[in-house]
Structures are given as structure tokens and as C-alpha cells.
Design a protein around this ligand. Structure first.
Ligand code: IMP
Length: 181
């Protein structure tokens, strides 16, 4: 089955994603032009595709690190976020750019942002590709936002359903196991 047939409803095309990623990279370059030490921290696994494309277009020198948090359906209560993999770098005194695929309820990012500030980062900003703003339960300031989307379960460009679909080059609406999905 070809990738294009797996998720029928394309919400954000590959071309639109690439255009927006380029715009975000230009904003980041402008804002961090005089920065001494920038660390980009991705949240595994969903942010990886976005982060790679973004950082290839950012010209400011950047160190790279990753968090991994527990996701839905792994014995966690709503709002309870566990860190499964911590970052390796010290962030004390550094400007940190946290990169995430999607902000949904906001609990994951809220937890990580608080932790990064507690560890003495000079600044912490958030870059999120997608913002499902209707679902928000805790406030999370998004400094660089790719797209605001409606409350639908989406896959592709890093986002998964049961770890499938991450490799799609576009964002599609997941419509269940029936039909063409
Ligand atoms: P939050 O803590 O509720 O904001 O959840 C953020 C995480 O939930 C994201 O990093 C994704 O892993 C996952 N998530 C939320 N909405 C979706 C979706 O529509 N598709 C795939 N994963 C999602």
C-alpha cells in the first residue's frame, strides 16, 4: 500500500509544512542572532521529523538534545507526565528552544518547561508545530507556532497512531482502522 493511500484526509500538505518550517527557521534565526549558546531540545518521538527539517534551515549554531516523556495509555493518569529519558546536556545559562510536535492538553509541555526553568536555563522558549488550542487544560505559552488545528486526532510528519504513520510527509486526520486508513 502506498503511503499516500494510508490516511485519506490530508490536513496540511507537505508543501505547506515545508513553507511554514522555513518561516519559523527565519524567525528563530532573527530572534537568536546574538545568542551565545542555544540548545534545541526535542520531545521524542513525535518532534523528530519537524525538528530535523527545522534545524537544517536554522543558521544559528545550536546544540541538540532530547527528552522522552510517557505518552497516553501507558498507565498514566491525565495530567501525569513522566520523564522516561532526560536530556544529557547541562542547560544552566543557556538559551533553550523546546521543540514539540503538538500541544494538546498542555500537560507535557508545562511539566518540561517548569523543569527547564528550575535547572537554570537563561531563557526557555517553545516551538510547536501544531496547536490544538480547544483541548488546552493548562496554559502553555507558544513562542513559535506552526499551525493551529481543530480537535481531531492527527498523524504524520512525526505524529503517530500506535507508532505508525510517523513517516508520512504530511499531516493527516486519522479516521480509525476502518476504511482506507
Ligand atoms: P499534551 O500533554 O496533552 O499536550 O500531549 C502532547 C502529546 O500528546 C504530544 O506530544 C503527542 O505525543 C500526543 N498527541 C496529542 N494529540 C495528538 C494527535 O492528534 N495525534 C498524535 N499524537 C497526539
Amino acid at each position: 500500500m502506498s503511503k499516500a493511500k494510508r490516511v485519506p484526509h490530508i490536513l496540511i500538505s507537505e508543501a505547506d509544512l515545508q513553507r511554514r518550517v522555513e518561516e519559523l527557521a527565519r524567525e528563530i534565526d532573527r530572534d537568536y542572532a546574538t545568542c551565545e549558546r542555544l540548545i534545541a531540545i526535542g520531545v521524542l518521538k513525535g518532534s523528530v521529523f519537524f525538528m530535523v527539517d527545522l534545524l537544517k534551515l536554522v543558521n544559528v549554531p545550536v546544540q541538540v538534545d532530547f527528552f522522552q516523556t510517557s505518552s497516553y495509555g501507558e498507565g498514566t493518569e491525565p495530567g501525569e507526565v513522566r520523564i522516561r529519558k532526560d536530556i544529557d546536556l547541562s542547560i544552566r545559562g543557556a538559551d533553550v528552544l523546546l521543540i514539540e510536535d503538538i500541544v494538546d492538553t498542555g500537560y507535557t509541555l508545562r511539566t518540561i518547561l517548569d523543569l527547564l526553568r528550575f535547572r537554570g536555563a537563561k531563557s526557555v522558549k517553545l516551538c510547536a508545530l501544531l496547536d490544538k488550542v480547544e483541548r488546552r487544560e493548562v496554559e502553555v505559552p507558544i513562542d513559535y507556532r506552526g499551525f493551529e488545528i481543530e480537535d481531531k486526532f492527527v498523524v504524520g510528519y512525526g505524529l503517530d497512531y500506535a507508532d505508525f504513520y510517523r513517516d508520512l510527509p504530511y499531516i493527516g486526520i486519522y479516521e480509525g482502522d476502518g476504511g482506507d486508513a
